[in-house]
Design a protein around this ligand. Structure first.
Ligand code: SF4
Length: 442
């Protein structure tokens, strides 16, 4: 296992670039084709959604087909809710991503109010650790703000500390089982929360004298400029601060675009890391990174802003680059000020990148939502791929559209579903009514 590619994090190797397939995992041919496409684009490893045991069998076929074609790319099984699925996939893929917020929620056999929480956690994780140890499989403990366990939320609320505690618990589990091929990720759709939590977790690991590799990412970043700049600020700012071994830029687009922008982000981080492109006067940041490639320029400016924002507040931003028009520069400035919560000029629209669990055209729906609902700076609207994770992940949004099966979607108000599962156009009409009614109460 994993003889052909070293995928343990080591900063001397640079950053490992990741993406995730958004084909149906049971469509083996399509998923194999997308994995190959991502590898050819420059992905170092590819994650595949594994919602249940049927997909375990499909993932095994995907793995075998790639091997038969002599295509060497490590696969990461993305697992929520079902420890058995994680355990099965750990026998044949290089890495398994589990979500500590829901890893144990479906297990009742070991749970007992008489056993302390940590003992329960140990019992539930034991089998996975034994299998990973036997097969040398890496575990990614993927903490997401939108899917923290009720147990953690009831004690720590929806705080940065809650995210860090959730990761630290699994660090304790890995110590207990003496298995250390573990990556951690702490993600949020709030760029600042994601950055603060990663920094705090990194400090806590250093205090414990054991620093595990970090996988970085901003969730529900959506697409186009906003999606790229969110990742540039969050991921780039942390990379410039010396954190992070691997990352995924999440975009609600063809996943190949995630890799294309990831490569630009790595190049931009190299460009700006030792140069002096930033000055500050009266809480106004001045950035003069004179890159000519537009997306690389976004990446570099975003990373520089992120690095400053990680430790200091700022009130305004001035960007200079004679290679771009005043309009282009203002567009980037407005985008960054909106993401940093300094000046809101439009609706905050978040969207998951989609994955093998999505059963409708999320990219088209996101585009419709942006077209019709972008002018409400006081609102946050979400477009999510599936009902499994969607409601939790969009819980702090005012409204959302979440996909179900057979191209149907439902409208949500906060965490509450307020429509039936209906065709997209019907849901968009329903959402329009809801948004207009909400304006009456302003
Ligand atoms: S919310 Fe989106 S990315 Fe997350 S599991 Fe569902 S479809 Fe996949």
């Amino acid at each position: 296992m994993t003889q052909f590619l070293q995928i343990d994090a080591d900063s001397s190797q640079g950053y490992l670039l990741q993406s995730m397939t958004n084909t149906d995992t049971n469509d083996v041919e399509a998923t194999v084709a997308q994995v190959i496409e991502l590898k050819n684009a420059g992905a170092d490893l590819v994650r595949v959604a594994v919602p249940g045991m049927k997909e375990v069998a499909s993932l095994r076929k995907i793995k075998n087909t790639l091997l038969e074609k002599n295509i060497q790319i490590p696969l990461v099984a993305d697992v929520h809710f079902l420890p058995k699925v994680a355990e099965e996939t750990a026998t044949f893929v290089e890495k398994v991503r589990i979500n500590p917020g829901n890893f144990t929620s479906s297990i009742t056999s070991h749970f007992s109010p008489l056993i302390p929480d940590f003992e329960n956690l140990l019992l539930n994780a034991q089998s996975l650790f034994e299998i990973c140890k036997k097969h040398n499989t890496i575990i990614r403990v993927g903490v997401n703000q939108g899917s923290l366990s009720e147990r953690i939320i009831s004690r720590y609320g929806h705080t940065t500390e809650a995210l860090v505690v959730s990761a630290l618990e699994w660090m304790d589990v890995s110590e207990k089982y003496d298995y250390h091929r573990i990556f951690f990720s702490i993600k949020s759709s709030s760029v600042k929360t994601m950055m603060d939590a990663n920094l705090l977790f990194y400090k806590k690991m250093k205090e414990r004298s054991r620093v595990y590799p970090l996988h970085l990412g901003v969730t529900e970043a959506a697409n186009e400029m906003e999606g790229r700049v969110k990742s540039a600020i969050g991921i780039g700012g942390l990379l410039l601060s010396g954190l992070g071994n691997t990352f995924r830029v999440s975009l609600t687009e063809n996943p190949v675009q995630e890799i294309m922008f990831s490569k630009l982000l790595v190049e931009a981080v190299q460009d700006v890391k030792d140069a002096n492109f930033v000055s500050e006067k009266n809480d106004v940041l001045h950035i003069n990174y004179l890159e000519t490639n537009k997306e690389k320029w976004w990446a570099g400016v975003g990373a520089l802003v992120g690095k400053i924002w990680l430790h200091n507040e700022f009130k305004d931003l001035k960007i200079e680059n004679h290679h771009f028009s005043k309009t282009e520069i203002e567009r980037l400035r407005d985008c960054i000020l909106q993401i940093c919560g300094i000046k809101k000029t439009k609706t905050e629209i978040i969207a998951c990148p989609s994955c093998g669990r999505t059963q409708y055209d999320i990219q088209a729906v996101l585009s419709e939502v942006k077209k019709h609902f972008s002018n409400y700076p006081h609102l946050k609207i979400a477009v999510m791929g599936c009902v499994v994770n969607g409601p939790g992940e969009m819980a702090d949004a005012d409204f959302g559209i979440i996909g179900s099966t057979n191209e149907k979607v439902a409208v949500y108000k906060g965490k509450e579903r307020v429509s039936d599962f209906v065709p997209v156009q019907e849901a968009l009409r329903f959402l329009k009514d809801l948004v207009l009614k909400s304006l009456l109460y302003l």
